[in-house]
Ligand binder design. Structure first.
Ligand SMILES: C[S@@+](CC[C@H](N)C(=O)[O-])C[C@H]1O[C@@H](n2cnc3c(N)ncnc32)[C@H](O)[C@@H]1O
Length: 326
């Protein structure tokens, strides 16, 4: 694969979509974001990895199953080695799993488990224009398209995740799934155009959670659906954890409300039809170190003598999914 760091703005993908009125602002944000990626110190290595991706005899792609799969005819040893070597340059792989030919990327997170908890409850994605904020490698974006979405835009400021997405997109070649290296604040201020907006695993990283909720609602068309998945703690509508330092070794965790407080926040922001559809403790089956993510993982973030507590003594991670409408 020979590709350049410069990415042309995908006019065609948004041409017949509700994003069209925002094309100018999006194009500017897109160019700025790819400019930042280009300046990343690791870009030459990642770009080289993408350039080394071998041609594969693709038979089919499967985006509607737990493992996003690029099914091929048998590949030869050189193709197999080149594929593994290229994908390994993009470690750590956190969100997946993916299978390319005979290579399975067993990511840190079994992101399929989150999708299984959430997808049965949401408004059908058929023909919807969807935004996935903080999409990581884009795993859930593929699942959203697999569930019938007309256009999926994933955004995440991580340059590495953008490269991981490119490596999968290289084989799938699906212009209706886009992943741009933007943060939420890089989006135009008033969009009000998405049918569904996902914010999964992001709220607790925001310094102003209520501003984040307002921002999410403002991205939706009237009647559109918000899918909010975030860490919660036990407690009533007045309970919120603001960690003193780190939470589960993460530096950037600001607010972990109770689910009751989260519902109250959404109510105060004017959201409609607010309901919690799932609340599940994160397990070490779902988040763990693998050969594709060598660093510490959930097991190392919990108190070895009491797995119901984090290493800092806070309640162990539990995540709620809340649906609401604008
Ligand atoms: C915990 S991960 C969640 C990934 C995925 N949504 C999931 O639920 O599996 C949080 C993601 O949000 C991204 N992120 C952090 N700040 C962001 C921002 N300001 N705008 C968009 N994404 C952001 C991070 O790079 C990271 O990939």
């Amino acid at each position: 694969m020979k590709s350049e760091s410069y990415k042309p703005f995908p006019h065609q993908s948004i041409a017949a979509s509700p994003l069209l009125p925002h094309a100018c602002e999006l194009e500017t944000a897109f160019a700025r974001a790819w400019g930042k990626v280009t300046a990343h110190g690791n870009l030459p290595r990642w770009q080289q990895a993408l350039d080394l991706l071998p041609a594969l005899p693709v038979i089919a792609v499967h985006i509607d199953q737990p493992t996003i799969q690029i099914e091929t005819k048998p590949v030869n040893a050189d193709q197999h080695t080149a594929l593994i070597e290229a994908l390994r340059q993009l470690i750590p792989w956190r969100k997946g799993p993916f299978q390319l030919a005979e290579v399975t990327i067993d990511t840190e997170w079994r992101s399929d488990l989150k999708w299984d908890r959430i997808s049965p409850h949401i408004a059908p994605l058929t023909d919807r224009t969807v935004l996935d904020i903080g999409c990581g490698s884009g795993y859930h974006c593929w699942r959203m398209r697999g569930a019938g979405a007309k256009l999926v835009l994933g955004i995440d400021p991580s340059a590495l995740y953008a490269m991981q997405f490119q490596s999968i997109q290289h084989y799938i070649q699906e212009p209706q799934v886009q992943m741009w290296p933007l943060g939420i604040d890089d989006l135009p201020p008033v969009m009000a155009c998405f049918d569904t907006v996902f914010s999964m695993g992001l709220l607790y990283h925001r310094k102003s959670p209520i501003a984040h909720l307002q921002q999410l609602l403002s991205l939706l068309r009237p009647g559109g659906e918000l899918v909010l998945e975030t860490l919660v703690i036990e407690g009533d509508a007045q309970t919120c954890l603001i960690p003193q330092g780190r939470y589960a070794k993460m530096r950037n965790v600001w607010f972990i409300p109770s689910s009751a407080m989260l519902l109250r926040w959404l109510e105060r922001c004017g959201a409609k039809r607010i309901r919690m559809v799932d609340c599940t403790a994160t397990t070490t089956d779902e988040q763990r170190a693998t050969e594709w993510m060598h660093f510490e993982s959930l097991k190392d973030f919990l108190d070895p003598n009491d797995p119901t507590r984090t290493i800092e003594g806070y309640p162990a991670p539990k995540r709620a999914t809340i649906l609401a409408e604008r």
